[in-house]
Design a binder for this molecule. Structure first.
Ligand code: PLP
Length: 402
């Protein structure tokens, strides 16, 4: 049974205190508050609150100094509490990747929400509902068929659809190629459609994930910025009004180039947690990573020189593909250990070289996994345990679904 709780704590970054805000139910896990993380049932997803606040603050500060609006992406954590930290309590100007996130945040007083996903035709009616309800709800379009769907669903109450055109600046996922004539044609069509406004140009530089080190990240950030700004110039030269431009990813926003000051917005998300992958790309140091999965030793198998832990792919995800030198994760404090493989609820751990010393890892003892990809690992957990110096101070419940 869930435990009825009338309030949850909203961290107010600017004042540094906790404010009580009404909220319905929290899961039973919140009774863990005040306990040591070592007492948690495993596998448990734990979040270091001080690191989250620091990561969020550094990003807010960086782009405030550059004069660029930070529109943080919520996809990594999907919680109200972390959204409050990332928006410094404003509850304005966020990006979401699912309609479930959009409604979750709208239902809790967030506004100016950009649904940065190629407009799914089955969800246009629900998008219209949000557009009419919120003062600002933005959708993303990268083909004329999507524009046709919007035309079929005109908004009421004198509202316009706020449309962002997705540009592909060599990321190679969604978006119209930045140099293709089709991009300009689509922008013109959007801007000339009654009831529709071309609000912004959106380019996600996911290709920074192929980078190694600051220099390479900056080169991709520069290209994406240049292509986007060139496209904004083209719009202007063709008399097409569009006020906003946004690029971003955690690597590029962790190492911005000066020209990014010429954009109106950036939209990174993962940075609030960071992870092993980001540390390998060069976005952060391993000590900046705010999240861990706690797991316990549940078996000794000396004949295979392995031990078993109670974390399978349902607790960690298979995102790394096991390609790290330490397998599927970094095992904190044990560079000699490798998380070799996982099934649904079991993980096999072996020594990278030599014999395992089982006395160091008795049955029931804890191991701490640093996830390769925090977004994927967080998505496996129904509740996050928030701690300060190893003491549980809160639980956060993410929204799920699409
Ligand atoms: C469309 C879009 N925008 C922004 C982001 C945020 O980028 P990152 O996760 O690198 O912070 C993502 C992440 O996948 C994305 O898909």
């Amino acid at each position: 049974m869930p435990l009825q709780i009338s309030a949850y704590r909203l961290w107010n970054l600017s004042h540094g205190d906790f404010t009580q805000v009404s909220r319905g139910h929290l899961p039973f896990s919140c009774t863990m508050a005040g306990k040591s993380i070592q007492d948690l049932l495993t596998p448990a997803f734990i979040v270091d609150l001080e690191k989250v606040k620091k990561n969020a603050h550094v990003m807010l500060d960086r782009f405030q100094k550059l004069g660029v609006q930070l529109r943080p992406h919520m996809k990594t954590h999907k919680t109200l509490e972390c959204a409050d930290i990332m928006t410094a309590g404003t509850r304005r100007c966020i990006v979401v990747s699912t309609l479930a996130e959009a409604f979750f945040y709208a239902d809790h007083g967030f506004d100016d929400i950009l649904y940065a996903y190629p407009l799914p035709f089955d969800k246009v009616v629900r998008c219209a509902e949000l557009s009419e309800r919120l003062s600002l709800f933005h959708v993303l379009v990268d083909c004329s068929a999507a524009l046709e769907e919007l035309k079929k669903q005109p908004l009421t109450r004198g509202k316009n659809w706020h449309v962002w055109l997705k540009l592909d600046c060599d990321n190679g996922r969604a978006g119209v190629p930045h140099s293709a004539p089709a991009a300009l044609h689509l922008a013109k069509a959007i801007s000339e459609t009654p009831g529709v406004e071309l609000t912004g140009i959106y380019a996600h530089c996911g290709n920074t994930y192929g980078c190694s080190g600051e220099e390479q990240i900056k080169a991709v950030a520069q290209d994406t910025t240049t292509f986007t700004l060139q496209f904004m110039d083209k719009l202007k030269a063709n008399g097409i009004h569009c006020s906003k431009s946004s690029i971003g990813s955690t690597p590029s926003c962790s190492h911005p180039v000066p020209d990014m000051a010429l954009l109106s917005e950036v939209h990174p998300g993962n940075y609030v947690f960071y992870d092993v992958q980001q540390s390998m790309i060069g976005s952060c140091k391993l000590e900046d990573v705010a999240v861990r999965v706690l797991t316990r030793v549940i078996g000794h198998y000396p004949h295979r020189n392995q031990l078993l832990v109670d974390c399978g792919w349902t607790g960690l995800s298979l995102d790394s593909g096991g390609r790290l030198p330490t397998g599927y994760a970094v095992i904190e404090g044990h560079p000699d250990l490798k998380l070799l493989s996982m099934t649904q609820e079991h993980g096999r751990v072996e020594a990278i070289s030599g014999r395992l010393d089982y006395e160091k890892f008795p049955l029931g003892s804890l191991l701490t996994l640093i996830p390769y990809h925090a977004c994927a690992t967080a998505a496996m957990h129904p509740v996050y345990f928030i701690h300060t110096d190893g003491v549980v101070v809160d639980t956060w419940t993410p929204t799920r679904g699409w």
